[in-house]
Design a protein around this ligand. Structure first.
Ligand code: PLP
Length: 395
């Protein structure tokens, strides 16, 4: 008996939830996903803040194909000069403040966080690390240790020691940061917490406290990076310059790549005591690097980022409904808060029937996510908002 892909998925793939979406997508184009029956869905989440240029983008595919013809993996990271990597690193540094001028490539967001916290410990010799309530920084042990949600962490203890959780905008807790601190890790806009934006004044003070204690401020730009919030990077909203910046998701335009960037002075701590302070076999894979360069070049040079606020306003204009109590966020990273009696999970399922994909947040269960490709058109915004309202009417 031949099993369907759905049956094979359930039987053979490690499952992470009792209720996976079970959508089987055959192809994707622009802002649309098409399932095996040919049904079309608006992708309003971009594979969770990944496909910022939509699906099947010609530029990205061309750079992938070009690199595939030249070579795939050659050597572990950091030994050979690989042209896609060096061009990408140069381009990323050109987008960042001058003081951040060295990039280390990895394969994912969690790995970027792992590398960044190791770098901070090695550079400062500090042992304490701070992160924030309901922060999500990844699922590997180090990144999970920084996660700001006890329920999510408790079954996996022991995790890293000396990790402390702060609350956004609580100035009194900043005294906990001391000379024995390696780093403070923060999301400029918390995504999985339900799109929470800290006060600008608080983030400036946090930066000053880090400077005073010689510890490093690490910005997790894994969801906010490359234009999603209306600026190239989320930290730019706060007029501060972090010491280390972590990227992944949108960087690769749909290919797996992550990175952390710092000053050359900080980064060089990985070269001695011990040598090979951080190792990765596939980090900055040439095909992913080529895809990443054409992705961020396009995002930067097309003017898309300048149009993100206008698109946010369109969503806010069209998404008026009695079941929507608040729209929170910045740019195209939005949490649509539903009123108490409306079940978000039911709404998401209804969305699949109507023909759009949205998502819930890991640490906030009364809102759904809007994070579409940045190149979604005005008409597509309008049509998808009509579908959202229609789904709300039916649940
Ligand atoms: N940091 C943030 C803010 C994230 O949203 C995520 C993933 O959702 C990560 C880190 C981890 O990235 P990855 O899933 O690529 O390991």
């Amino acid at each position: 008996m031949t099993l369907s892909n759905r049956e094979l998925f359930i039987r053979y793939l490690g499952q992470t939830s009792e209720n996976p979406y079970l959508l089987e997508i055959e192809r994707a184009e622009g802002v649309f996903l098409y399932d095996t029956a040919g049904k079309k869905y608006f992708d309003l989440i971009s594979g969770v803040s990944v496909s910022s240029l939509g699906h099947n983008c010609k530029n990205i595919k061309d750079s992938i194909n070009e690199q595939v013809e030249k070579h795939l993996h050659l050597m572990v990271y950091g030994e050979y000069i690989q042209s896609p990597q060096v061009k990408l690193a140069e381009y990323i540094c050109g987008l960042l403040p001058e003081s951040i001028n060295s990039v280390y490539f990895v394969n994912s967001g969690s790995e970027a966080i792992e590398g960044a916290i190791k770098l901070a410990k090695r550079y400062t010799a500090g042992t304490k690390m701070f992160s924030f309530r309901n922060a999500y920084h990844g699922s590997s042990h180090g990144a999970l240790s920084l996660c700001g949600n006890e329920e999510f962490k408790n079954s996996f203890r022991p995790l890293l020691p000396e990790v402390y959780i702060l609350d956004f905008n609580d100035y009194s807790q900043l005294d906990l940061i001391d000379k024995n601190t390696a780093c403070v890790v923060f999301e400029p806009i918390q995504a999985e917490a339900g799109v929470i934006i800290p006060d600008g004044k608080y983030i400036k003070t946090l930066k000053q406290v880090c400077e005073k204690n010689n510890c490093l401020l690490i910005a997790d730009e894994i969801q906010t990076g490359f234009g999603r919030t209306g600026k190239m990077f989320g930290f730019e909203h706060f007029e501060i310059v972090p010491d280390i910046v972590c990227f992944a998701k949108a960087l690769g335009g749909g290919m797996p790549i992550g990175a952390f960037a710092a000053s050359r002075d900080i980064m060089k701590s990985f070269t001695s005591n011990p040598v090979l302070g951080h190792i990765t076999t596939f980090g900055g894979h040439p095909v992913c690097s080529a895809a990443a360069l054409s992705t961020i070049k396009f995002i930067n040079e097309s003017g898309l980022v300048n149009d993100v606020y206008r698109k946010e306003k369109l969503f806010r204009k069209f998404l008026v409904h009695s079941k929507i109590s608040e729209i929170r966020g910045r740019g195209l990273l939005l949490a649509i808060e539903l009123n108490e009696s409306t079940d978000v999970y039911k709404f998401i399922k209804q969305g699949l029937i109507e023909g759009f994909v949205t998502d819930w947040f890991i640490f906030h269960d009364s809102a759904f996510r809007i994070a579409p490709p940045l190149n979604i058109t005005d008409d597509e915004i309008k049509m998808s908002c009509e579908l959202i309202k229609s789904a709300l009417n039916k649940i």
